[in-house]
Design a binder for this molecule. Structure first.
Ligand SMILES: Cc1cc2nc3c(=O)[nH]c(=O)nc-3n(C[C@H](O)[C@H](O)[C@H](O)COP(=O)(O)OP(=O)(O)OC[C@H]3O[C@@H](n4cnc5c(N)ncnc54)[C@H](O)[C@@H]3O)c2cc1C
Length: 201
């Protein structure tokens, strides 16, 4: 109920948010697919009685703030009719990695959608989004900015993750997500670097 507080703050929250949470809610967004859609600038199309509309996915999922009962910016009564992914050559080398506590039927405790374009050891383009860290898919724009035009090395990947996760505010039982996301970032970008440079050889 809006305004009633969040009992997970001092209760069970080991799989709850470390980024973008508020005193009203520390829940995490459940979807895997939306994390990948966030990385690739998906656009949500919908119909209302007043006609069609569209919203970038970046604006579709609302920050939790003091309105945790409002998850999306979809207008009342609107029906989602499509999702568009703009062309993104960087997606030629992309992966999704999900960490979960059991082998199937389990939400992520941390996930990452990544795409990387590397030429001669330099990052030409990169997309990164994190899952299971916030009330919405988390586009890692600070990490992307830190990486673009720089070296494709494990050290640079770790520094980029640190730039993104500097804003993290873990609770008492979910601090493990910070090194988890850092390690996922380094591992996945290192794999994509090898795949990209290997394909060019
Ligand atoms: C135990 C469990 C584990 C899960 N694990 C995962 C997981 O690991 N990864 C993962 O990605 N997902 C997972 N899911 C699925 C995922 O969490 C939800 O199915 C998904 O987030 C959709 O939510 P829903 O099924 O509750 O809502 P839905 O009933 O599908 O829809 C939510 C709301 O959207 C409205 N709605 C539906 N269609 C439209 C439309 N076209 N336009 C406008 N409004 C619409 C509905 O009226 C409703 O109000 C899991 C689900 C469960 C139950």
């Amino acid at each position: 109920m809006p305004g009633s507080g969040c009992s997970a703050h001092d209760g069970e929250h080991h799989n709850h948010a470390i980024l973008g949470a508020s005193a009203h809610c520390v829940a995490t967004h459940p979807s895997d697919m939306a994390v990948a859609l966030a990385a690739f600038d998906a656009v949500i199309s919908y119909e209302t009685v007043d006609g069609p509309g569209e919203t970038p996915l970046a604006d579709f999922y609302l920050p939790v703030g003091d309105t945790p009962h409002r998850e999306t910016a979809l207008p009342p009564g609107a029906l989602i009719t499509g999702i568009t992914l703009p062309p993104a050559p960087v997606a030629a080398h992309s992966r999704y990695r999900k960490v979960r506590e059991r082998a199937s039927y389990a939400f992520a405790i941390g996930s990452i959608a990544a795409a990387l374009d590397v030429k001669d050891g330099v990052v030409r383009d990169v997309r990164l989004a994190y899952g299971a860290v916030a009330s919405r898919p988390w586009r890692a724009r600070a990490a992307e900015a830190a990486l673009t035009g720089g070296p494709a090395t494990a050290t640079a990947f770790a520094a980029a993750a640190d730039a993104e996760l500097a804003a993290a505010e873990p609770l008492s039982d979910n601090g493990y997500k910070v090194p988890l996301l850092r390690n996922l970032t380094v591992a996945l970008l290192s794999e994509l670097t090898e795949a990209t440079e290997g394909a060019a050889r």
